[in-house]
Design a protein around this ligand. Sequence first.
Ligand SMILES: [Fe+2]
Length: 203
Amino acid sequence: MNSFKISDDGFLVIDDLLHPSISDKIEDVIFKETRVGLGECIEATCEHPPNHKNVYEQFQLTHATVLNGEWFWSQDLFGIHSLPLLSAISHLGLTPYDSSLARLKINLQTKAYGDAENRHNTPHVDVVDSNYIAMIYYVNDSDGDTFLFNEPNKTDVNDLTLKARISPKKGRIIVMDNDILHTGCHPTKNMYRAVINYGYKPK
Ligand SMILES: [Fe+2]
């Protein structure tokens, strides 16, 4: 576990950290200028989702600038893609200088037309290293809540209990201990839902 303590619950929801003109610009850049491709839904989870009434999966589009600490294609928009992360780091009193970034990944989910109401995606942790902090930035106003669970990674879905359920809101940021089991939902009302997902290690 990293020495930085987020909160007693292990997570924090931060609203309105960015000026609306900036969150508008980020939304524009994500939907109009960022190259996305057919990605793994969520590494190693979507291909074999647990067969459970609460779990629903379908494809998503992704753009991964940094994954597992490695830099990939399309770093040209890194400056604007990293703005929410830098703002959150500053808000927490941390510094981007003494840190490392394991993950910057944009997930773009499209509307689910199947029986997805009140069902979430596969519970997972992003980076299997508890020294990291996981952050989720909501790019647009949408449905498709994020679920946080009380149990550790790899717990059977039948045994999960809900720690928190957080709704997407443009500009909202969730900061959480990296070992909090969590997942999102495909939207069932909005046409699309986008998040930027960060894995950040303070030193
Ligand atoms: Fe995640």
